[in-house]
Design a protein around this ligand. Sequence first.
Ligand SMILES: [Zn+2]
Length: 225
Amino acid sequence: MAAGHSVDDYLETIYFLAFPIGEYRPDTKGSPTLAVRVADMLGVSRASAGEMLKRLEAEGLVERGEHKEAILTEQGRAQAERVVRRHRIIERLLTDFMGYTPAEAHEQADLLGNTFTDDMVERIEAQLGKPDRCPHGWPVDTDFEQAENRELQPLSDLSAGSEAEIVRLAEHDGDLLHWYYDEGLVPGTRIEVREADGGELTLSVDGDERPLDEKQAAGLFVRAS
Ligand SMILES: [Zn+2]
């Protein structure tokens, strides 16, 4: 996805950044930082992201907090939760019913965007047997997702000797998502950290050692054991 991101795309990105796992709370970061991070995640210019944040603010979806940071309003958060929920259900439609691989499903779901009405999404969810998670481990129920965030951390935070299970994969970077599947780093995989050096890691997976750079490690959300 290059140009032409919708309000929903931005809300989804801000939601991801606002409910991080083992990361910052937005109240310690200023809005320029949010604009920069949103721009990086969506692959747009910082100016475009700044413009869109202003528009979201004008529409009452984002507001400025005490320290001028951009945070989702109640309305913005509700809409973001609807967007991510729909995305996760549609991904399961693509994998479970249409035969797409999990690595393909994210991009295809983005292409569908708003194709289905809320009622259709509810029916699809029921027909799929109410799946708990998207193919990449993200819970369909956003309340459960936010509660579970407290139990998870990015793999890049673990130290040498830690053992963990992969629970969720960051999915906004299509190439990275494909790489996780090529490497077998998928939800449910047990891993052990052999070496850790400033975010770069060497993992042991089923007895195989493999190096991960910081970006690769930061996109894997794990439950340490
Ligand atoms: Zn997903």
